[in-house]
Design a protein around this ligand. Sequence first.
Ligand code: PLP
Length: 456
Amino acid sequence: MNMITNHLPTAELQALDAAHHMHPFTDSNALAAKGARVITGAKGVHLRDSDGQEIMDCMAGLWCVNIGYGRDSIAEVARRQLLELPYYNTFFQTTHVPAIALAEKVTSLAPDHMNHVFFAAGGSDANDTNIRLVRHYWALKGKPEKQVIISRKNAYHGSTVGAASLGGMQAMHGQGTLPIPGVVHINQPHWYLEGGDMTPEEFGLQRARELEKKIAELGEDNVAAFIAEPIQGAGGVIIPPSTYWPEIQRICDAHEILLIADEVICGFGRTGNMWGSDTFSIRPDIMTIAKGLSSGYAPIGGSILSDEVFDVMATDEFYHGYTYSGHPMSCAVALENLRILEEENLIGNVRDVTAPYLAEKWAGLGEHPLVGEARICGLVGALQLTPDKASRAAFAEGPGNVGVIARDLCFEDNFIMRHVGDQLIISPPLIFSKENIDTLAEKAWKVLDKTMASAT
Ligand code: PLP
């Protein structure tokens, strides 16, 4: 057989892909019929495909390539680390310099009360760590019955058995007998879809107080933790009303419930601050990190712990760890990524320059007749599509069909926005410029026009 390289014709690559590669979150039959788009390279905010097309990536891969594609210094750091120490573990009283340096760096960026990190290979396994960790924490505190973790419907915390159980995606729970015991879900703070006649502020309070009701129902002596993304990402970029997080914080504090902020998307600048927890004034006990930690250049994630949680955990050996916890190359890559993030002032630039500019353009897209709500925070946003702005009605075509039309039109026009139901979402690299935003706004308006023509 020929060597499989970028130089093979697209159709041949697609046929080989369909024949041997089972993709994540993909309808295999649809893929075999149509053929996957083959991405062969990337630079800055643009991808290149096997037909030589340039595609503007308004999703930063999967919400992760914050520093943009094609950074030489990251490749150089990875190469050097692979030659010096490609692998050693951090189990059984050993360590290595990249893990030491990254742990020091990440915790220096974290809130003051958080000074330890437990490494994983991504966000899902970091959340699995959190499940075991919070349960063991309470056992060590003499409250072993505090076991239940409360999460939210339509949350996404990953795909492992534990993380998918924490998540509140019904379709995922329908496969593989999930959630695992001891994980329960309350409603999400999605004002547009579920707020009815309430103001966003009233609705935010009401949804937060569901947590207090659930704790009362379960008994606070049985509840270990509440986990939530500061902004629900994969659920549709759900930016909670301003009343939501302060009330959640009050409830967790009042009932001795650990608060886990899943910062996998929001962390490292996505919302215009280092952490989504900064943006929403959350004081977490644990933060889940991944994605922007390495900007996707190498697989790595982790759990950052408060001093209080670490001090209790440190009284016992935690029988938990991954072969790739603190992988040397991933740590070195993450460090270089964080150096770039700081040296180029990417977060400051988002906060002061591009986020306000995007907010203006996003509000402009909100004027389109097909858009019921244009949500934005930092460089993450959603356009809620509707056939009728006034009533916030759903499409007669059924949920998601119009969203797919719009998403496909974006793809055909060589820019990537994702759809979640009838919401179009973006999460571009943090290096996205004002010119990129202009291009996005122009292209998005045209896509909305075309979608309207084909959907109504
Ligand atoms: N948590 C959140 C909020 C996420 O968005 C994701 C992935 O999209 C995860 C966890 C899972 O991370 P990973 O895919 O690295 O396992």
